[in-house]
Design a protein around this ligand. Sequence first.
Ligand SMILES: Nc1ncnc2c1ncn2[C@@H]1O[C@H](COP(=O)(O)OP(=O)(O)OP(=O)(O)O)[C@@H](O)[C@H]1O
Ligand SMILES: [Mg+2]
Length: 338
Amino acid sequence: MSSFRCRNRLIRLPVALSVRPDFLSQGLAPKVLPMTTMLSSDLPLPKIGRGKVRDIYAVDDDRLLLVTTDRISAFDVVMSETIPMKGAVLTQISAFWFNELEGVVPHHMISADTDEIIAAVPVLKPHRAEILGRAMLCRRTTVFPIECVIRGYLSGSAWKEYAASGTLAGEKLKAGLVESEKLEPSIFSPATKAETGHDENITIAKMREVVGDDTAYTLESMTRAIYTLGEELARKQGIIIADTKFEFGRDKDGRIILIDEVMTPDSSRFWAVDAYKPGQPQPSFDKQPLRDYLDVERRAGRWNGDAPPPPLPASVVDATSKRYLEAYRRVTGSALKI
Ligand SMILES: Nc1ncnc2c1ncn2[C@@H]1O[C@H](COP(=O)(O)OP(=O)(O)OP(=O)(O)O)[C@@H](O)[C@H]1O
Ligand SMILES: [Mg+2]
């Protein structure tokens, strides 16, 4: 354990070595090892899932603990290194949105405050440093197997489809749109939640078949309300949320509630307002240094695009960590304090 001072509180931090041995031997390790970083969590609760980025624990029949690690993926491959502070940034951006959405849609957040979580789940007390800032105590739901994707700007696969056929999710769009252009109105384009591999886009008719007409209507309405609020607020703060995806579940009282992470750089495309230029692809606010580095490695024939990924230099890890912290600062208007 080591420690550092944060807002006058002494915080003990586990030094989780997040770098691979070959990374160290190549002299690529950062001079100061990131102290707050976590590749994988190990908490005394039943672990019921592990996503590319998050570890999911059952607290009891009604509650879950979502722990966002500092793992990062790019081009669908999880990197071997961690990005210091990334987990806390993602959890606290979601918490910011859940608070903003109070009174707009019901949601699953019980608390993202570490001390409140420990008071509610005392078995976590010895693990305070591990979960600091990155854990969220949530209402447990039965998840709808639909990714509710909403696009406010024409980018990525949506741009590819439009450029090829003038459609988005099969619907004709007006002619003459350029890449990254703002879409008015935003387009709801649901996908199935695939257990493995890529999510598959589905029509709204198919979504109605899967969840029923009323639920499909509710999910689309909630998706539009959340994105409209978030896109407008973030844009004023200097971040364009070009597109994003939400998940919803049904709680034990039968209510449909917003779950998972919300309008984070991992569940959305974040662009910088000050660099926005329609008519071309936009750099990713958070992952561009990482993607650029991986592109160079791929073009040089040092990486084939699959796992295992190449080791990341400290400069890329550091630049990426700074991007995530800046995303938090812009969206919320203040620096991350945990
Ligand atoms: N309140 C909740 N009730 C039940 N399940 C939830 C709740 N909130 C989130 N989840 C589930 O927890 C999981 C979060 O894990 P995570 O996002 O890491 O993985 P993933 O979405 O399966 O994969 P990916 O790495 O592509 O994001 C998701 O499967 C999500 O559906
Ligand atoms: Mg997810």
